[in-house]
Design a protein around this ligand. Structure first.
Ligand SMILES: [Zn+2]
Ligand SMILES: [Zn+2]
Length: 372
């Protein structure tokens, strides 16, 4: 038996590379792993690395359509082509690279469901935009969605919570399970009025038996920790306790962090620590600690490794000091050509009446749809 928390990692995660000039930089996963290691977390007895496996085609078909999987295989062999309207280019080996990411999430599911570990983090995962029949928003296969169907099929789980705190709406997951009452989906994101994919409004609450189980909280650009955590604590714990999930999945995209290159929120490591800490507490209270964390977006290299290191430490029930070590800073400079961050943690960001008022009114609007 291992400890309580596992980190899925392989240098092969870096093969998910959409091109030299693409905003999704695979090196962020390596920098995260190295930052986690530099903070001594991997020396703790109860924290262990798990090597990912490659998902089988049969497993990918738990969510994706056969025709689309064939297309990915074809473009992957060819090494060119676009898998959506333009954001997600194919590359040589993209089928294998994305199958490994899905496999890492499935391996995490296995580790948790067999009781080997209570908590797992797959920093390469969280590819929440992919749809059954197409790629979208840098995501080829949707590993959270495949994981949800895998957990249901293999482990007969029928009450799952999926929380998505990426700056973008997790449309592939939400629409993939829009009619499905086994999935409670809670999604905080920068409003679709300002950001891709343009969806995820409070009136989208699920259909038929799943009505009331898909909750969207769109946020104004510039929203900080204070308004975010106020909305999160007001909404999530109560509804999660009522739903009583058997496992909790959290897509932890780091692009909500301030100064992200693609999104416009003003969040910091404090928000991520606050949310993961609450979900960790709820997991122990409701489902024997079963909590799977995925990565996701995150396009400013000085932020992503810090966000995910803080999130991972919180998942493992640890607190870290503020130091960024010199060897890691040197490596950061070498791999990115950019200046490394000076502190692990940020100062919390406060909000003005505009962003606070907006989250309050979004929650009111959401409550009115739920009451219908
Ligand atoms: Zn994102
Ligand atoms: Zn724990």
């Amino acid at each position: 038996m291992g400890g309580t928390t596992t980190l899925l990692y392989s240098e092969k995660f870096l093969d998910y590379n959409l091109g030299q000039f693409h905003p999704l930089r695979p090196v962020r996963v390596k920098l995260t792993y190295d930052l986690i290691r530099s903070k001594g977390l991997l020396h703790e007895d109860e924290i262990v690395i798990t090597l990912p496996r490659v998902a089988s085609e049969e497993e990918i078909l738990l969510f994706h359509e056969k025709e689309y999987v064939r297309l990915v295989q074809k473009y992957s062999d060819k090494g060119s082509g676009l898998l959506d309207a333009g954001d997600t280019p194919a590359f040589k080996g993209c089928f294998e690279a994305t199958s490994l990411i899905v496999g890492a999430s499935l391996e995490a599911c296995d580790k948790i469901m067999t009781g080997k570990f209570a908590h797992a983090f797959n920093p390469s995962g969280g590819l929440h935009h992919a749809h059954p029949e197409r790629a979208s928003g840098f995501c080829i296969f949707n590993d959270p969605a495949v994981s949800i169907n895998y957990l249901r099929k293999k482990y007969n789980v029928n009450r799952l919570l999926y929380l998505d705190i990426d700056a973008h709406h997790g449309d592939g997951v939400m629409y993939g399970f829009y009619n499905d009452p086994s999935l409670l989906d809670i999604d905080f994101h920068e409003s679709g009025k300002y950001l891709f994919p343009g969806t995820g409004f409070p009136d989208e609450i699920g259909k038929s038996e799943a009505k009331g189980l898909k909750l969207n909280v769109p946020l104004l650009p510039g929203t900080g920790d204070e308004a975010y955590l106020r909305a999160f604590h007001a909404l999530a714990p109560e509804i999660v306790r009522k739903f009583r999930p058997q496992i909790i999945l959290v897509q932890c995209g780091a692009d909500g962090h301030m100064d992200d290159r693609l999104a416009h929120l003003r969040l910091t490591t404090n928000m991520y620590q606050g949310v993961v800490s609450e979900m960790h507490k709820l997991a122990h209270e409701l489902c024997e600690g079963r909590l799977l964390l995925f990565g996701g977006g995150g396009y400013t290299l000085a932020n992503v490794p810090r966000v995910w290191t803080v999130a991972f430490a919180t998942l493992a029930g640890k607190e870290l000091d503020n130091e960024i070590t010199e060897p890691w800073s040197r490596e950061f400079r070498k791999l990115t050509g950019e200046e490394p961050p000076t502190d692990l943690h940020d100062k919390p960001t406060n909000d003005d009446s505009n962003t606070i008022g907006e989250v309050d009114s979004v929650l009111k609007e959401l409550a009115s749809y739920l009451a219908k």
